[in-house]
Design a binder for this molecule. Sequence first.
Ligand code: PMP
Length: 414
Amino acid sequence: PVEAADLAPVRVAEPELTVLGVPGQINLDYAATAPCLKAAADAVTALLPWYGSVHRGAGALSQRCTLEYERARQTVGDFVGGRADDHVIFTRNTTDALNLLAHALPTGTTVITYAGEHHANLLPWPNAVRLPVPGSPEAAVRYLAAALAEVRRGNAEGQILVAVTGASNVTGELWPVAQLALIAHRFGARIVLDAAQLAPHVPVDVSTLDVDYVALSGHKLYAPFGAGVLVGRGDWLDAAAPYLAGGGATSGVGDATHDVRWTTGPARHEAGTPNLLGAVALAAVCTTLEAADRYALHAEEQRLLAKLREGLAALPDVAELRTFGADAARIGVVSFAVRGRDSAEIAQRLGREHQIGVRDGLFCAHPLARRLLGEASVRAGWDGVPATALRASIGIGTTDADVDAFLGALRTIV
Ligand code: PMP
């Protein structure tokens, strides 16, 4: 077992971009959970002596905690380019944020999404129009335009929400979010961006992309577990029943069961004592990333990604999973299968024998992963289709040595 005292910063990309890690352990599973940025840990440590009630006390500790929480809200909202009247609601993670929005949809809203989404952006919309996995970004736009025209033919006035990811957690490929937003708005629809994978790699700005809502997770963004956010238009959220009923979400409660006045704004959906440390740590990461040269970080990640993919392509019997084609723009994520081999066994051996952490399975995107495994097998001319895949993913702190160690270990194993 690893003791907290053993956790030391081991890698420095730039001084302020130190991520925490365990010496000897190579983490190539950033897409599941990225390592914690030291700035997040420092922000939490600084606040620990100040434990006080958020929004509920008059003492200095309480006032400081309330201030820090609201400041964090502002910082995180600014980080994603939130508009002045957007609500910034702290949630547990992206899954929670998307479920909150699903809960707040006006009655009769038609949701349109793609079959290639992560389960977090598929399952909250059980009655959605599910578009097929497109073979290119252009096809994604075409499919959406056709579906919107069809839905509008049947329902000229109703609300429509398009739910789409910014970057796939299976392939890392970037989706044409701005074009999809343009089409959605042309048909009077709204659009929510699942930025769980995108935000850690690419600056996300809801105003520039012109998306109505964005959801993300702190733990994929170099911040601790348990804090995420939904940012977006306030009107549906203020009109919806509270996501959580309880203290902080009301401005008054009478004696009769239904005598409750619910507040509006973020507090309406944040009942109970909030995750202050999570919010503050997430804000610290946002501030650090804002100050960093994200173009340089992106360029370095792309260099390592190219090396990773070239290394995989050079191995016999390895096939990459992809939707949009080999040259499509993507973040530092690559999924692949090995002919005739069990992905779980390979992942376990990478962990046990080489101290390298990768993900195996269908990546909480079962329809997409199964389909891409089939296509990859056909492309590679294999007889059968592997049941599951492997995924390597990188980010701040990943080094050439990590990629070399992974490729070397994989070569040994396969
Ligand atoms: N969307 C995407 C694209 C993801 O990759 C993930 C996490 N794998 C999620 C949503 C859900 O994130 P969380 O588990 O933090 O709720």
